[in-house]
Ligand binder design. Structure first.
Ligand code: ZN
Length: 103
């Protein structure tokens, strides 16, 4: 699960906001092409503050905007947990994918 997906997702049960905790991640930036443009689009959609808050909650630090952008588009949560801030429902992240459907 990557940052843009976290920003987009909401709880499938109640549409509430989700809180993601990360146990294991990998940095997998596939391409630096159009990275600045993609970032501008994301900031226009969600605001820089929301993006930075999400990184802070995950304890992912960055030194400058370049690092921030590389984390936003390159870092993948492989194992973790998602909890709804509204109804408290929990969903696991396994093998990089959020599991919103009960197995
Ligand atoms: Zn919920």
């Amino acid at each position: 699960m990557r940052i843009p997906q976290m920003l987009l997702c909401c709880c499938p049960a109640c549409k509430g906001e989700l809180n993601v905790t990360c146990a294991e991640y990998k940095d997998e930036l596939l391409s630096k092409e159009f990275l600045a443009e993609k970032y501008q689009n994301l900031v226009q959609k969600f605001s820089l503050e929301e993006i930075q808050n999400l990184l802070n909650k995950l304890n992912w630090t960055f030194q400058n905007e370049t690092e921030l952008i590389e984390i936003v588009f390159g870092r993948v949560v492989y194992t973790g947990n998602i909890q709804c801030t509204k109804c408290n429902e929990e969903y696991p992240i396994k093998n990089r994918l959020p599991r919103f459907v009960k197995e």
